[in-house]
Design a protein around this ligand. Structure first.
Ligand SMILES: [Zn+2]
Ligand SMILES: [Zn+2]
Length: 344
């Protein structure tokens, strides 16, 4: 089968590799139709690593995917051959203490598509995954939408975990794809005012389709002063989606006493300092978001019902042979890109 092999830093080769095969009775062989390019894929592309997860070249990356079931193991009941599905890239063991308490995102033996030394990624014609990671979709749902259900599920999970009360005023710091997914989910809830920041002005413009009350670029203005002038009692919840330690600090300054900081973004650094006295005096809660658990079906339903409309997120489409162009586009934030989709 054809696959996009990451062969070095900023180097892809599209070549032939052996197709994966069904081994376990619960395995599903999926013919991949669409793959979304995620920021984490771009980290592997530009630096060969995310923290301690280091790529050994060549390796197939990619994890936001949808496709059609090509074959199933003998015990599969969840999906049938020919069915269109969205894929949850996480494969949990299903029996450890975490899995048994519905925390599959922190499964002790968690495997993830396109993660070095775990599972080969989805930038290939076929992947094999467990049936529990396969989610049937309606005929009306596009493969782009099914693929977008992966980051949207993280938005659903972040909002569920964030102590969000009706009428809450919130800020989303960083409105790249994940920040926009959080914002989309917020728009399905009864929230008060939503404020957003980003260092890319085109992303602030893009976010206006969801009608934020205020936008600010932290490179050009004091986001805390600007939003505090509009919302003197400050925010109930801040979703940090940029991974920038400076944004974590801004988030703490933006919160009212009793507020919640949800850390969704993935910092590039290993340690982050917090203004501990402000955290303590304001009695703030910090919530960490590790991918998502049990939110894939909810994300698919939000898209299927039209409650969340995010087709505009898929700004660019590429063929597998154009993979290098797609990653350069995303790595350089060119041409107003939000989500680049690889279509197989
Ligand atoms: Zn991702
Ligand atoms: Zn487990």
């Amino acid at each position: 089968m054809k696959a996009a092999l990451l062969t070095g830093i900023r180097e892809f080769e599209v070549g032939d590799v052996p197709a994966p095969e069904i081994v376990k009775a619960t395995d599903v062989l999926v013919r991949i139709k669409t793959v979304g390019v995620c920021g984490s894929d771009v980290h592997y592309y530009t630096t060969g690593r995310i923290g301690a997860q280091v790529v050994e070249f060549p390796f197939v990356i990619g994890h936001e995917a949808s496709g059609i079931v090509e074959a199933v193991g003998e015990k599969v009941t969840n999906v049938r051959v020919g069915q269109r599905i969205a894929i949850d890239p996480a494969v949990a063991c299903g029996h450890c203490d975490q899995c048994r308490s519905e925390r599959e995102n922190t499964c002790r033996e968690l495997l993830f598509l396109g993660c070095p030394k775990q599972l080969d990624g989805s930038l290939a014609e076929f992947v094999v995954t467990d049936e529990r990671s396969c989610f049937p979709i309606d005929d009306a749902m596009t493969f782009d939408q099914a693929t977008l259900s992966e980051p949207l599920a993280i938005g659903v999970y972040a909002v569920e975990k964030s102590n969000l009360r009706d009428g809450a005023n919130v800020a989303v710091l960083g409105v790249g794809p994940v920040g926009m997914c959080v914002f989309h989910v917020l728009r399905t809830r009864d929230v008060g005012s939503v404020y957003v920041t980003d260092k890319i002005d085109r992303r602030l413009e893009f976010s206006k389709e969801l009608n934020p009350k205020g936008t600010a670029n932290p490179d050009n203005e004091d986001v805390v002063a600007k939003f505090a002038a509009l919302e003197p009692l400050l925010m109930d919840v801040v979703y940090e989606c940029s991974g920038d330690p400076e944004a974590i600090r801004q988030g703490i300054h933006l919160l009212k006493p009793g507020g919640t900081l949800a850390i969704v973004g993935i910092p590039e650094v290993d340690d982050v300092a917090f203004p501990i006295h402000e955290l303590r005096r304001k009695d703030l809660t910090i919530v960490n978001i590790r991918r998502q658990a049990n939110c894939t079906r909810k994300a698919i339903d939000l898209l299927a019902s039209g409650e969340v409309k995010m087709d505009s997120m898929a700004t660019h489409h590429f063929a597998l042979g154009e993979i290098g162009d797609a990653f350069e586009l995303v790595a350089n934030y060119r041409d107003g890109v939000m989500k680049a989709m690889i279509t197989l």
